[in-house]
Write a protein of this length. Structure first.
Length: 276
């Protein structure tokens, strides 16, 4: 339990508990009930049609009798970090002063654990608000190595997940992300460069470059998030933790036959070779 009256600073208490300060007291975002409903509809449709931009999504809303025009659709999609395939990213916003690193996985054969890790952020709808979830994944095994929830889009919760993954699982050779400001921030880059990890970033608008973790989001939402209308941040955290444990330990991944992500990661074997 974090206490503001404790002799340790709130920052230090959160660090010891591996808790992002932004998550200390979850407060729902100030979106109307109608907007939250629209966000849920948009999120589900986008999982089915990830090429939909704001224009196509607004048409979908209109055809289904939802009074949600293109300008509102565009704002909500940005809020949820929904980037249409092959279009200029709006939600993974680049920082104008941050360096963009090249994409290193083109024509690379990924054939072992800890060769390439990837990370991404997704929107998690709740009954009266929403959160953001970041996950660190081993590309080959599909094992989720660490994750964090936050009610803001700052880089801090991403850096905390990264540090946890490195402390528990060692270092990968390459780390791949999109060009979002969280992943180009000085704090994030410093952790990777200090660990001598090669940095790779998706091409502009190239959803497919980080497709492994995008598939994780689809499974998580259909098998957990959409089935449970979480009321509180603590409930969402517990539900996601339970599903990710099931995903890592019990759920065989189609790429590896009957093996689970944990089994593939821990065995350090090669059930099959994957081209990036």
């Amino acid at each position: 339990m974090v206490s503001k009256g404790h002799k340790l600073s709130v920052r230090r208490q959160c660090a010891l508990l591996t808790l992002a300060r932004s998550n200390l007291y979850y407060q729902p975002k100030g979106e109307s009930a109608e907007n939250l409903q629209f966000m849920g509809i948009i999120d589900k449709k986008f999982l089915e049609t990830p090429w939909y931009g704001s224009r196509q999504m607004a048409r979908h809303m209109k055809r289904n009798n939802h009074q949600c025009g293109r300008h509102r659709v565009r704002r909500l999609m940005r809020l949820m970090r929904l980037v249409p395939i092959y279009q200029e990213p709006n939600t993974s916003k680049k920082h104008p002063q941050h360096k963009i690193w090249p994409y290193l996985l083109r024509n690379t054969v990924i054939d072992r654990p800890n060769q390439v890790w990837c990370a991404d952020i997704t929107y998690i709808p709740m009954r009266r608000g929403f959160l953001y979830l970041v996950a660190i994944m081993d590309w080959f095994s599909r094992k989720v190595l660490a994750w964090r929830l936050s009610n803001s889009m700052d880089a801090e919760f991403c850096v905390e997940a990264l540090k946890e993954a490195l402390s528990k699982h060692g270092t990968p050779e390459i780390f791949n992300t999109d060009q979002g400001s969280q992943f180009t921030s000085g704090d994030w880059i410093d952790v990777l460069t200090d660990a001598k990890i090669k940095i790779s970033m998706d091409g502009k608008g190239r959803w497919i470059d980080n497709r492994m973790i995008e598939r994780l989001w689809r499974s998580l939402k259909y098998e957990c998030i959409f089935l449970h209308a979480f009321e509180k941040g603590s409930q969402a955290k517990a539900g996601i933790a339970k599903w990710l444990a099931y995903y890592n330990v019990e759920r065989p991944h189609s790429t590896h036959g009957i093996l689970t992500p944990n089994e593939v990661y821990d065995s350090k074997t090669e059930p099959m070779r994957l081209a990036a």
